[in-house]
Design a protein around this ligand. Sequence first.
Ligand SMILES: *[C@@H]1O[C@H](CO)[C@@H](O)[C@H](O)[C@H]1NC(C)=O
Ligand SMILES: *[C@@H]1O[C@H](CO)[C@@H](O)[C@H](O)[C@H]1NC(C)=O
Ligand SMILES: *[C@@H]1O[C@H](CO)[C@@H](O)[C@H](O)[C@H]1NC(C)=O
Length: 376
Amino acid sequence: MASPWVLLLIFSLSLLCLRGWSQNTKPDQDLEYECVDIDKQPSLQHPQLKNHQIQMRPSDELLAMLSREALSQNLSNADEALVEFDIPEEGCPQGQVPIHKPRRLNHSENSFHPNGETLVQHFAMIKKIDDNPWRGTTAVVGINQPQVINNDQFSLALMMLTTKYDGESTTAWFDWAVFPEIYGDTRTRLTAYWTPDTDVNGCYNVRCKGFVQINKRIFLGAPFAKISVKGGQQYSAFFSITQDPKTNNFLVTVGNNYIGYWPEEILPLFNDGGAEMVRFGGVTNTRSDGLQSYEIISPQMGNGNKPLEDEVDLKHTSFMHSIKYVTQDYQIVDIDDNNFTEDADAGKCFDVSYLGKFGRFGKSFTFGGPGGLCDV
Ligand SMILES: *[C@@H]1O[C@H](CO)[C@@H](O)[C@H](O)[C@H]1NC(C)=O
Ligand SMILES: *[C@@H]1O[C@H](CO)[C@@H](O)[C@H](O)[C@H]1NC(C)=O
Ligand SMILES: *[C@@H]1O[C@H](CO)[C@@H](O)[C@H](O)[C@H]1NC(C)=O
């Protein structure tokens, strides 16, 4: 029989937990996030992060690299404006961070990965073909809102880093997604994904423990306020995933905002120089349960337009521009045309067009398409 002291201890501990919880959270009917003490956020309960020292800001070295990039992104396309998020200006109180709680969903910490067998995925991307590892990547990404037909579909834009070794795989990606199944709506939202161990157990945002939120306002899952207009006003944001030379953590930023990071402990295969495989572009998914291939309707990708043969101003089709990467010695440099190739799997519906150095936009490509019956 358990000693009464042990039982008392367990009881007091659970009381502490309950009290801790109610003190550290600030439920608010109107907000789709909850403010949590930064050092009590669920991610830090990850078993490998027991003695983790929170990285409150990028190291001076990384800050210098990134602000140079973020400032030099010359949004001189007269119609290209900087990104804004549709979330309250004040964010969380000092010392707390927002954790997304989608309004129309029951929040769960479970990892999420769709059942691969009933999904039809398409992509239109550029991919790196050499195997020199990168310590990160930066790009200016247009913000669009592809239409999805039902809640089982999603459509996203990403920059994705992967390393595979000996049957194991580590992946992390970042940018935006329209994804009703995890968000409960069809807005375009800041989105990240990573695989704690193998590809099979990946998860989005903070749905499993690991990603450490630092920004007190902008969180993974935050909706973008403005969406680019085909042929008109473009909204875009500078996105980066970069390894910090001082801490080895992988930090993500949007514009001049440090959002948070994946601690080096949880992206193990990246610790030997970074990621070997890198892709940029669009991905769509739809369910195929019980359907014949000629019945499967894919959602839009990007802004729904395919790339033009003669692109002039990056206003017609979804784009990424100023694409750069972080070298082994932490320089941020343009990608090399010779080491990239276009890769799209459903030319009928979606396409990608690598533009190389595209005037003042730097290294660029366009991608996307209308979706529809892609599998016939
Ligand atoms: C941005 O580009 C425009 C047009 O090429 C140029 O006139 C301007 O000097 C550039 N600004 C910066 C800060 O580089
Ligand atoms: C959330 O959970 C409650 C209680 O289990 C349930 O009644 C409700 O339908 C759920 N909502 C959604 C959107 O699944
Ligand atoms: C491109 O790939 C070649 C062959 O692997 C390599 O020698 C070169 O350094 C790569 N270029 C860049 C910029 O990484």
